[in-house]
Design a protein around this ligand. Structure first.
Ligand SMILES: C[S@@+](CC[C@H](N)C(=O)[O-])C[C@H]1O[C@@H](n2cnc3c(N)ncnc32)[C@H](O)[C@@H]1O
Length: 246
């Protein structure tokens, strides 16, 4: 595992891989980067001199894993959406449209048009995206602490790449990016440090059923639940005793 003695040394390392990613990015390519809320301002300042930052996205979710008691727990993760060339980048707006919330049941009419027309009921999503975090009992759950939702990667890959393009994820974890890229007919390159996550990726992508003699078939989820009557919530115990809050 990577470890840094100071914030400065961590940031120096990040600036290094950010530079490498920018070098690899196609002229009309897009770059999405996530990091913690604490470090994002540094990434923002570093990247704005190298790329055009087109959106400051917020991935919002409805509960935090560990509930903070003496400060305001984090309910979001920041994402920067950048392009190398602000005048020439892929953005498939039609593929990611969402329903516009007008607050009215019937269609609103735009009387400034002649003849009057119904307002468009679909729009490009704004910069706050609500997707549930990947939780233990979800079908897509893998054993990784910061697995990203398929739905989040679907929006990003649909919007910013064409079929047969190459999508690179330099910190692949459970290879959600590659998994989604494959389902959308994109190619992908995924990089991951830890063997256990590479194994998950190989299985998820259907690339192997065995790795170094280890069977990669997904083990059955075994868990016990304990209900807290006062909060109506469940605590799930994995077979190794670790608990996950729902
Ligand atoms: C935030 S997680 C990525 C989660 C992923 N998006 C998913 O959906 O599962 C970051 C991953 O980067 C890996 N990692 C950390 N340092 C790395 C390095 N130097 N090279 C490659 N992977 C690294 C970690 O092992 C971890 O799995």
């Amino acid at each position: 595992m990577d470890k840094w003695e100071t914030d400065e040394s961590y940031l120096t390392w990040c600036y290094n891989w950010l530079e490498l990613c920018i070098k690899k990015l196609k002229r009309n390519g897009s770059f999405y980067v996530m990091t913690s809320t604490q470090f994002m301002p540094y990434f923002d300042i570093f990247l704005r001199s190298k790329l055009t930052i087109l959106s400051h996205l917020v991935w919002y979710y409805d509960s935090s894993g560990v509930q903070a008691k003496k400060y305001y727990g984090s309910m979001y993760e920041p994402i920067l959406f950048c392009a190398k060339d602000a005048n020439n980048y892929i953005f498939n707006a039609q593929d990611i449209l969402v329903t516009a919330k007008t607050g009215a049941d019937r269609k609103l009419i735009d009387y400034r048009k002649n003849p009057p027309q119904a307002y468009n009921s679909e729009k490009v999503p704004g910069n706050v995206w609500e997707y549930p975090r990947v939780r233990y009992r979800m079908e897509e759950y893998e054993n990784h602490p910061t697995q990203k939702p398929i739905s989040l990667l679907e929006r990003i890959i649909k919007a910013s790449s064409l079929e047969n393009a190459v999508v690179l994820d330099t910190f692949s974890g459970t290879f959600t990016t590659s998994f989604v890229a494959k389902s959308l007919n994109r190619n992908s390159i995924g990089i991951e440090l830890q063997d256990e996550y590479v194994k998950i990726g190989l299985r998820r992508l259907g690339l192997a059923t065995e790795f170094n003699g280890v069977n990669l078939e997904k083990p059955l989820k075994t868990y016990q639940t304990e209900k807290n009557e006062s909060t109506n919530s469940f605590t799930l115990f994995e077979s190794n005793g670790a608990s996950v809050y729902e």
